[in-house]
Write a protein that binds this ligand. Structure first.
Ligand code: SF4
Length: 751
């Protein structure tokens, strides 16, 4: 086709969506995905974050594990390094693949069950030459498998399941602590009252003594004789009536509370079932909190009174008045933090009820109550055509997260299901936070994404800045630099992440190209937006086509006469150049503006800091120039009395001395681990991970205490969890460490 005609048609399509030229191809049925996801057609063949195992009875970061990490642990236990362990490694990786495929196909259950089923299938398909060896490997592996729990894939249920599991893990810890405190106080108060009762006439009666020693002891005593002896030996001093009444009332509150389950030890004392703390709506959670508030106040009061009584420190003159006036306003955040928090799970949707609940979430978070709210987003874009001339971003959920940051006292975390595993520690931190917390999570399980797995949609949303990750932790420090972080986004300092794409042309010519992953890639993979995209006909000219990353970087005049295109892979794995309509470009521009705002909050390209830096740099340059001019003038004056070569040397020496004033620091050796200590935000992640390897200096900023104080794995994990990406793991020091090739790959982005 004529190159000019082709270009005119593409420009017309880009500006108006007009396809009447007849040479443009429809992309609606192509089932496209971004070219940078070319290698991710079948996720079951990859070892990646999913499936996840929600580990039973595990605390901390072990509460959620990847299947791959569990298999690696088993392999470390049973497969020797080198060729000797090759058979076991091969078989267990095959078993992992079978479990991953089964879960992707809808299988559900615990890891133990799915592991067993996969092993059985392997044995059933094995021939005689390997059957016995395989059986041995599977038996050893099963014995070495210590983790168990529900296995989940990445789908619309993932945010709720992960959050609920981590919340339960934290509540279990909290409940145990409160339960222990309650048991101790109940037993103590019962002891005081029991001793007092034993001194009373009733307490010393034969019937009472017989009742107190039931069962096998009953026949061993003459209770009438015992009853006659006791009055002579017991002290007559008994509790004052007001104290006895107070102890009884306090004990009753402790015994009948419903905030934590009754203990095994004292089961008979608590007849009613404990309260439920998981809600599907904000209104229900708030109503439950308010309804239970009087009981909660009574319990907090009873705990304090009981502790004073147990230590014999309750002074009526001092405490009675205080506890009479004790009400909900007396509760401090620390008091509330010892009770279970309220978990609210809000699904996605446009139904009235869902929209109202989202509005209520804002109100609930502002109230400061101990609520943990999950706001889930399944569909980021919505149907095309809702807003004329614009890509209809369903931005409500993004706005809720931004609004929650504005509250300034709520913990806020936003991520996608593709990042949920990596951010599990921060999710737990938000769940443990004493105040309200919001978790805004994109599942990727909706929209017209063809055959693409929800994980890839979620990863594309994060990569394209459509659903950027961030955390706001009000407890992390006094300023935004400590509280707000966007560091967990890919290449957080850039507008769009850049990656290398290698592909072959028709005649096997190899092409390597650097591509940006932009919001256009995300939109182009959504079939509902096909009308804003067109394929370039076979054999068409590339005249005037510009990669979308480059196009977005340019201002209007730099774009003139060009049309933007994005590289996509179709359902047959064919690479295609797809020309993009103006509405998609405008959506990408809005997206990057939002991203810039987040970057600024996170201290990346902060405009105030940049302006200050520029002013300081100018001032420094002017000062140095003035000094240089003065010295040159002095040297020139001195040289006028000296021979010519000496004068030139003097002037050069003076200039050189001034210019050499700002020596450059030697570049760090990329092979050796190091930390950019001055940028450390003291978040404790690395020091908690391994305090032999990392420590704080006098400024409370992390440095490497002992480079041999931990493994390369520790170093890589610290680099991955560091919020500001300042840990550089260098190269492994122990060539025998397990999984080195995997670790080196993970370390690469931080070198
Ligand atoms: S170096 Fe350690 S303490 Fe400092 S910000 Fe990174 S992870 Fe946190």
């Amino acid at each position: 086709m004529n190159a000019e005609l082709n270009h005119v048609e593409l420009v017309a399509f880009h500006l108006t969506g007009d396809r009447s030229g007849g040479h443009l191809t429809d992309v609606a049925e192509l089932d496209m995905r971004p070219a940078l996801f070319a290698g991710y057609g079948d996720l079951t063949g990859l070892r990646y974050d999913y499936p996840l195992v929600l580990a039973d009875n595990s605390d901390g970061e072990g509460a959620v594990r990847t299947l791959s990490s569990i298999v690696d642990d088993v392999l470390n236990g049973i497969a020797p390094q080198g060729i000797e362990g090759e058979f076991a490694r091969k078989q267990l990786l095959s078993l992992e693949h079978r479990i991953r495929s089964a879960v992707a196909g809808g299988a559900q259950g615990t890891l133990a069950k799915l592991w067993q089923q996969a092993g059985d299938r392997m044995l059933a398909g094995a021939d005689d030459t390997v059957g016995e060896d395989l059986q041995n490997v599977l038996a050893q592996a099963e014995a070495a498998l210590v983790a168990d729990g529900e296995v989940i894939d990445c789908d619309g249920a993932t945010p709720g399941k992960v959050l609920r599991h981590l919340w339960q893990t934290g509540q279990r810890r909290k409940n145990q602590s409160l339960r222990h405190r309650l048991d101790k106080l109940i037993l103590g108060l019962e002891g005081i009252l029991g001793a007092d009762f034993a001194k009373s006439e009733t307490g010393r009666s034969a019937a009472q003594l017989k009742g107190a020693l039931r069962g096998s002891y009953e026949a061993a005593f003459d209770f009438d004789a015992l009853s006659n002896i006791l009055p002579r030996t017991a002290s007559d001093a008994s509790l004052p009536e007001d104290r006895r009444l107070r102890l009884h009332a306090t004990l009753k509150v402790l015994q009948t509370q419903r905030f934590v389950p009754a203990s095994e030890l004292l089961r008979e004392s608590n007849a009613e079932a404990p309260y439920d703390f998981v809600f599907q709506g904000c209104a229900a959670a708030k109503a439950a909190f308010e309804e239970r508030l009087p009981e909660l106040v009574a319990l907090a009061k009873a705990l304090s009174v009981a502790e004073l009584e147990m230590e014999n420190r309750f002074k009526p003159a001092r405490h009675e008045h205080y506890f009479e006036a004790f009400d909900q306003t007396s509760l401090r955040p620390d008091d509330l933090a010892q009770f279970p928090s309220y978990l609210v799970l809000l699904p996605d949707g446009d139904a009235d009820g869902v929209v109202i609940e989202r509005a209520r979430a804002a109100e609930l978070l502002s109230s400061g109550l101990p609520v943990k709210v999950l706001v889930q987003t399944d569909d980021l874009l919505g149907e095309d055509g809702v807003t004329p001339g614009q890509i209809a971003m369903r931005g409500n959920n993004l706005h809720i997260a931004n609004m929650a940051v504005g509250i300034n006292s709520a913990y806020v975390l936003q991520t996608t299901t593709a990042g949920i595993f990596r951010l599990r520690n921060r999710i737990m931190k938000g769940l443990d936070y004493a105040g309200p917390a919001l978790f805004s999570i994109f599942s990727g399980d909706a929209g017209a994404n063809g055959s693409r797995a929800p994980y890839l949609t979620a990863a594309a949303a994060a990569e394209s800045r459509g659903f950027p990750a961030f955390t706001f932790d009000p407890g992390a420090g006094p300023d935004w630099a400590s509280r707000f972080s966007v560091a967990s986004n890919p290449q957080a300092e850039t507008d769009w992440p850049e990656h290398e794409l290698t592909y072959e042309l028709e005649h096997h010519e190899r092409v390597e190209e650097k591509l940006n992953f932009t919001f256009v890639d995300f939109v182009a993979a959504d079939g509902r937006y096909a009308k804003h995209l067109t394929g370039v006909g076979n054999g068409s000219s590339d005249k005037g086509l510009m990669p979308v990353g480059e196009y977005l970087r340019r201002k209007a005049e730099g774009r003139r006469d060009n049309v933007p295109y994005v590289l996509m892979i179709d359902g047959d794995n064919v690479l295609r150049k797809i020309v993009v309509g103006e509405p998609v470009i405008r959506a990408a521009e809005r997206c990057v503006e939002n991203w810039h705002a987040l970057q600024e909050l996170g201290g990346v390209h902060n405009s105030h800091a940049a302006r200050l830096l520029e002013t300081e740099r100018q001032r420094w340059d002017e000062e140095k120039q003035r000094e240089l001019d003065e010295l040159r003038a002095q040297a020139a004056a001195a040289a006028s009395a000296a021979p010519a070569p000496a004068a030139v040397a003097a002037v050069e020496a003076v200039a050189g001395a001034v210019e050499a004033e700002a020596p450059e620091a030697p570049a760090p050796d990329p092979d050796v681990a190091w930390i950019e200590t001055p940028r450390c935000t003291t978040c404790n992640e690395c020091t908690e991970l391994n305090n032999q390897l990392f420590a704080y200096n006098d400024n409370q900023q992390a440095y490497i205490l002992d480079i041999d104080g931990g493994s390369f794995k520790d170093m890589v994990e610290a680099a991955e969890t560091c919020q500001v990406s300042i840990i550089h793991p260098g190269k492994p020091r122990n060539p025998k460490e397990a999984n080195l090739s995997d670790l080196v790959k993970r370390a690469a982005p931080f070198i």
